[in-house]
Design a binder for this molecule. Structure first.
Ligand code: NAD
Length: 368
């Protein structure tokens, strides 16, 4: 079997603690099935600054280019607030996203039955929820020019942001959305504001064309983004893949995430274009949460977001669907058995450590 090259970038704070738990699973999978994961570990963020006075070394960037996929922990913390701007911990993360051209951000919102009561919505609306937001990450209004506050010279100023999308940017994110839908329930809901924005009108046109020409087997529906936000909290289970731009995706993915409860549960992926020869996408997988300096080093961080990020890596980089499903079942079983890290536990309930939660997930995976 070909080796699967994984670069581990644990980073700062709870990044290394939670990565350690996933490394236990990778080792167990390699022993059990000879899955062929070959891992390398490098420093990023504040940890890289401490060792090398940069947030990511060129040599480690080269490792990232050579890897089939990257698992990333988290970066940052108050300890590095005062270091030069270009070396701040987040610069390492941004360099990875930029140089690897990771234009598609994937955020699943999965609600495990055992945690359905922790959602702000009623249990029946979220129990068993499994949706995927595919957000365009490198274009749109966050990057469009002009972007400025202009002095009009009459005592007034004008603030300008520019929402701009070129054809190829919409085409590639649309293809990503349709590709991922094919690995799931085969439905895409594209969200924009074609009623008031030219970029929304064009987004709709390009998505419709890509669907007609390349993905007629996938079900496509269009929804105005504001109506989509409303439907997300009204009847979230109607969605499978939500395909949207950078701005609306930022808002909609945070709404979807919170349907499912704790920050310690949420994975994400950032993907690039498929390689022309291998078909593999450049890919980085990371929890949504940050380095949580308030709990770092205490052994209480919830490792499930890190496990779930690895699950996305199995599914989307290595097409190991059975293993990804098995890992999701393992997480669901451990939660159903009542094990809780402090972030998931109601006041006064018993809790377990990061390592105990990690061991339980690995054991549940192996027992399946
Ligand atoms: P955070 O996500 O680190 O923490 C927010 C709260 O959630 C904290 O109380 C934390 O203890 C808790 N929490 C987060 N993950 C948890 C987990 N797995 N288990 C249990 N509790 C968890 O966000 P923040 O406090 O705003 O930021 C802290 C640092 O992380 C900052 O330096 C910020 O810049 C950085 N950050 C990094 C990333 C990233 O690396 N992708 C993302 C967000 C924030």
């Amino acid at each position: 079997m070909a080796t699967r090259k994984l670069l581990l970038l644990p980073g700062d704070g709870i990044g290394p603690e939670t990565m350690t738990e996933v490394e236990k699973l990778i080792a167990a999978m390699n022993r059990e099935h000879a899955t062929g994961f070959e891992t390398e570990t490098a420093l990023v963020g504040g940890a890289a600054w401490e060792a090398h006075k940069v947030s990511l070394r060129d040599a480690d960037m080269a490792l990232a280019h050579a890897a089939d996929a990257i698992l990333f922990g988290a970066v940052g913390g108050p300890r590095w607030d005062g270091i030069p701007y270009e070396h701040r911990p987040e610069a390492g993360l941004l360099r990875l996203r930029k140089e690897l051209q990771l234009f598609a951000n994937l955020r699943p919102a999965i609600c495990y039955p055992a945690l359905a009561d922790a959602s702000s919505l009623k249990r029946e609306l979220v129990d068993g929820l499994d949706i995927l937001i595919v957000r365009e990450l490198t274009g749109g209004v966050y990057f469009g020019e002009p972007k400025e506050i202009r002095d009009l010279g009459n005592g007034q100023k004008r603030a300008i942001d520019t929402q701009v999308y070129d054809t190829y940017e919409i085409e590639r994110i649309a293809r990503a959305g349709f590709d991922f839908a094919r690995t799931r329930r085969n439905k895409v809901t594209s969200m924009e504001k074609r009623n008031v924005m030219k970029s929304g009108l064009y987004w709709n046109e390009v998505v419709t064309r890509i669907h007609r020409d390349e993905y007629p087997d996938v079900q496509l529906e269009h929804m105005l983004a504001d109506a989509g936000g409303m439907q997300l909290v009204r009847r979230p289970k109607q969605f499978d893949v939500i395909l949207t731009d950078n701005l609306f995706g930022d808002l909609l993915s945070d709404i979807a995430a919170m349907l499912t409860g704790s920050l310690g549960m949420l994975p994400s992926a950032s993907l690039g274009a498929p390689d022309e020869t291998t078909g593999m996408r450049r890919a980085m997988y990371e929890p949504v949460h940050g380095s949580a300096p308030d709990i770092a080093g205490k052994g209480v961080a919830n490792p499930i977001a890190m496990f779930a990020s690895f699950g996305m890596c199995l599914r989307y980089s290595f097409n190991m669907i059975a293993e990804a499903d098995r890992l999701e079942r393992a997480i669901a079983r451990v939660l159903a058995s009542g094990l809780r890290t402090p972030d998931l536990a109601p006041e006064g309930a018993a809790t377990v450590t990061t390592a105990a939660m990690g061991d339980a997930v690995v054991a549940a995976y192996l027992a399946d």
